[in-house]
Design a protein around this ligand. Structure first.
Ligand code: ARG
Length: 395
């Protein structure tokens, strides 16, 4: 099927393939969102007198059919079609004819892709925040399952002060709750209507009603002026991925603790057999690969964030095709975090701390600071003096 910009000349097949890259596959997840934005645009065109009632009815019916057949797996975006916008317009025209060809009035794929991406991000980021909040609940449940169980607190991986499993889990729960909050706040830059900015410079001759598409799509404001829209591409994405990176770092550090605590030398934590993996050579092994991969994935997010920031830095204003490449690290970061939260929510309920081992690990040196505090309280000596006395007794 034809590309939207086809003017009768041939395009070199390798050039086309290179320019599309993974975009046809990546755009699969934007189909429903591009349809929603297109329906809002068509409704606005109708209200402004650019699309007749019967054409609008046909467009609504056409998008319904095309969306449903995509959901049934009857078509996919081909390299020839480049992207979701072309695939949908071609199918709409094939399904309803002339009326389908009227929908692109006053828009460009430059504002279209941003509308679809933002609607998608609003959904997926909200879902991710909910998954993170489920992790918080799992950590709180773990804390109460192990109520009052002591655990050494470590600094520099050396025994420091007495702590509790409740506080260990509670610390992660509090931080992950804060990450979920940060994620929701990152939607501020996402929640703006780009439609009507078209290629990046608006369409003054058509008098499009940008606030109407804003209202239909539920964005909190129209992004103004039109020239800000393309400048902002990548910023909402970077903001979301930055918050995801912080969340993943907390999950990675939680996972790192669990790997350490599960080692034979620590033995603080036992994992059910079905959560461990084996070795091809050492029959005895039960490895915590799942938590090592959580830790590993958490490092990849920083790479995705850097990749998004690097793509837009120093780019001149207006749309450039480089912007398309943002989808690769963006979707990777979103998918990886979704998967990681799902695995944490599956495994955390089965993590067990072993009370006998924890009890044995609560050795005397953990109380050193507390002994010094008692000397201050009971004998009125300075803290420095109490510190020296306890240090002397320990050596
Ligand atoms: N796939 C493109 C992107 O993500 C859609 C916009 C294409 N616009 C253009 N002028 N070639 O950026």
């Amino acid at each position: 099927m034809a590309r939207l910009w086809h003017k009768g000349e041939d395009t070199d097949s390798l050039v086309l393939e290179f320019c599309v890259g993974d975009d046809n596959q990546l755009d699969e997840r934007l189909v429903d969102y591009d349809i929603r934005a297109s329906l809002a645009h068509a409704t606005m065109l109708n209200e402004q007198g650019w699309l007749s009632d019967s054409d609008l009815a046909a467009v609504v019916r056409g998008y319904d059919d095309v969306g449903a057949s995509h959901a049934r797996g009857e078509w996919q975006i081909s390299i020839d079609e480049e992207d979701v916008h072309t695939a949908l317009e071609n199918r709409l025209v094939a399904s309803i004819g002339e009326a389908g060809a009227r929908v692109h009035l006053g828009r460009s794929r430059n504002d279209q892709v941003l509308a679809a991406l933002r609607l998608y991000l609003l959904d997926v980021v909200t879902h991710l925040a909910q998954l993170a909040e489920m992790t918080v609940e799992e950590l709180k449940a773990l804390a109460s399952r192990h109520a009052k169980m002591p655990i050494p607190g470590y600094t520099h991986l050396q025994k420091a002060m007495p702590s509790s499993v409740t506080d260990w889990a509670g610390g992660f729960a509090a931080e992950i709750a804060d990450d979920a909050c940060g994620l929701r706040l990152a939607l501020r830059r996402v929640d703006l209507n780009p439609l009507g900015s078209a290629a990046g410079y608006g369409v003054p001759e058509l008098h499009l009603d940008r606030s109407r598409t804003c209202e239909i799509l539920g964005f909190s404001a129209v992004q103004e002026p039109v020239t800000a829209v393309q400048l902002s591409r990548g910023k909402a994405e970077a903001n979301v991925v930055f918050e995801l990176t912080l969340l993943m770092q907390d999950l990675g550090r939680l996972a790192a603790d669990l790997c350490l605590f599960n080692s034979a030398e620590f033995g603080f934590v036992s994992l059910p057999k079905q959560f461990t993996t084996g070795s091809s050579i050492m029959p005895q092994k039960r490895n915590p690969d799942v938590f090592e991969l959580v830790r590993g994935r958490s490092s990849q997010l920083a790479g995705d964030l850097t990749s998004i920031l690097a793509l837009t830095s120093k780019m001149t204003s207006g749309y450039h095709r480089d912007l398309q490449l943002i989808k690769v690290p963006l979707f990777r970061a979103l998918d990886s975090t979704t998967l990681t939260l799902a695995i944490m929510n599956r495994t955390l309920p089965k993590v067990r701390f072993v009370p006998e081992v924890l009890q044995k690990s609560m050795s005397g040196e953990l109380d050193a600071a507390s002994l010094a505090f008692k000397l201050v309280r009971d004998e009125g000596v300075s803290f420095r003096e109490a510190y020296r006395r306890v240090a002397g007794e320990l050596s």
